[in-house]
Design a protein around this ligand. Sequence first.
Ligand SMILES: Nc1ncnc2c1ncn2[C@@H]1O[C@H](COP(=O)(O)OP(=O)(O)OP(=O)(O)O)[C@@H](O)[C@H]1O
Ligand SMILES: O=C(O)c1ccc[n+]([C@@H]2O[C@H](COP(=O)([O-])O)[C@@H](O)[C@H]2O)c1
Length: 216
Amino acid sequence: MGTEPATRDVRHDARGAADRRIPPLAPGLRVGLYGGSFNPPHAAHRAVSLLALKRLRLDRVWWLVTPGNPLKDNHALPPLAARLDRALAMARHPALVPTGLEAGLGTRFTYDTVATLVRRYPQVHFVWLMGADNLASFHRWQRWKDLAALLPIAVIDRAGCSLNATATPAAIALGRWRIDEADAGSLADRPAPSWVFLHGLKSPLSSTLLRQRGVS
Ligand SMILES: Nc1ncnc2c1ncn2[C@@H]1O[C@H](COP(=O)(O)OP(=O)(O)OP(=O)(O)O)[C@@H](O)[C@H]1O
Ligand SMILES: O=C(O)c1ccc[n+]([C@@H]2O[C@H](COP(=O)([O-])O)[C@@H](O)[C@H]2O)c1
């Protein structure tokens, strides 16, 4: 009886460590990196991932559940372990892999995370995935031009964002490296910078909406 809480803590710590590890990787794999707060995860996260898997011909999509978006106020952000548990429940697909690896690496800025991964796994084809709203604020991300030079990027259309997403500072600055959507299947093999805007998903779902409805 007296040892029960301690035993539970040990198990929790072991789980926590596993959650923060880099998932298994083989050379040549095509891996989408899909960063997010996932507060809470929702069906559009899954739909974006499945669209990217198919259209970009990826082998996996890792959901990088962030310790905290550097541009957001995170005071009410639930703990990483809780968001990861919900992400695992939402993903329900062998190729969708929620992970807390940024907490394990000790990185918070996407540039630092991606720089670490591409350096450690030079034979893996990583692609950054994000919704169109993030393209609109991308020019405020730390070292965003350097990030765009590290790996190809796919931007997925989002309800309310598509009209102006491609007229934003980052989209204009990176304009000459945009490829045709018809060539999306080759994005993972291309040298960076290279990016594509994927239409075909216009989900109005958001974590904000779910929190407002009290669903989270
Ligand atoms: N409906 C959607 N369509 C396309 N992309 C989406 C959609 N919802 C989320 N994303 C993308 O998923 C990634 C993770 O997003 P996040 O976890 O912040 O969810 P969110 O719904 O945008 O949350 P919040 O409303 O709290 O900002 C981001 O790149 C975001 O642009
Ligand atoms: O690196 C940055 O400067 C940076 C600024 C804003 C957001 N990001 C990343 O963008 C991803 C999407 O965040 P969010 O909160 O919109 O889901 C997530 O992985 C964040 O860490 C990264």
